[in-house]
Design a binder for this molecule. Structure first.
Ligand code: ZN
Length: 233
């Protein structure tokens, strides 16, 4: 049982996402880890190193929420890079253990968080102060999207529709905070995002891939040329 203060829906999405990522990882041989991921410049091995370090960074935020002692995700940008480098230097078997072990540590930190601590504020990688209830979502979006980035045969069509819609919401919120919302209105079934001039429609997986910068949007339908989109995170 999670505490009443915990974001129950997102915790369920997150748990499913970790299983999904573990399944994707399980499909790859050790040799295949050395190949490129779908993220330009990132091998699968290095992407997994980032995924492991991200879990530890989020444990830091939950420690901050639990203790009240400021504990940032990463001590500095240099420390973030050094952490990824050290995990990226692990042998494939060790890296797999590290990826799964970091999830166990994060799950333990979630379980250890007292109900009232979920309201404590912590700082995101983008520098915003948010309640700790946001932390599971920060991990949820990482695992669902990086599972696709691993290029292990899982795609955005395997992202559950409610998670996919929440991810598109997240992208638009990020753009809105930076005052960078593109001049589009997206239509997916009976959902819409944006209020811009260019109408764009498609299936949720195709829209998700496009707004997260994972596709050029060739499988979308639009009244005119698609704009180049701002980065998400
Ligand atoms: Zn990431």
């Amino acid at each position: 049982m999670t505490a009443p203060g915990a974001p129950t829906q997102v915790l369920a999405w997150w748990a499913a996402g970790e299983e999904h990522l573990a399944t994707a990882l399980g499909r790859l041989t050790d040799e295949e880890l050395d190949a490129p991921s779908l993220l330009p410049g990132w091998t699968r091995h290095r992407l997994l190193a980032h995924v492991a370090r991200n879990a530890d960074a989020l444990v830091n935020l939950l420690t901050w929420a639990r203790t009240g002692v400021e504990t940032p995700m990463y001590a500095s940008n240099e420390a973030r890079s050094a952490g990824i480098d050290s995990a990226a230097a692990l042998a494939p078997g060790q890296l797999r253990t590290e990826v799964l072990g970091s999830v166990v540590r994060l799950a333990a930190a979630v379980d250890a968080l007292p109900e009232e601590a979920w309201a404590h504020e912590v700082r995101t990688a983008q520098g915003r102060m948010v309640p700790a209830t946001e932390v599971p979502w920060m991990r949820c979006r990482e695992v669902w999207v990086h599972a696709v980035d691993l290029d292990a045969g899982v795609g955005f069509d395997e992202v559950p529709a409610d998670v996919g819609a929440a991810l598109v919401d997240d992208v638009f919120r990020m753009w809105d905070r930076r005052d960078e919302v593109p001049d589009v209105v997206l239509f997916v079934g009976d959902r819409t995002w944006g209020t811009g001039a260019l109408a764009v429609s498609g299936e949720l997986p195709a829209v998700l891939a496009w707004v997260t910068g994972r596709s050029e949007g060739a499988d979308l339908t639009a009244d005119g040329p698609l704009p180049a989109l701002p980065a998400w995170l």
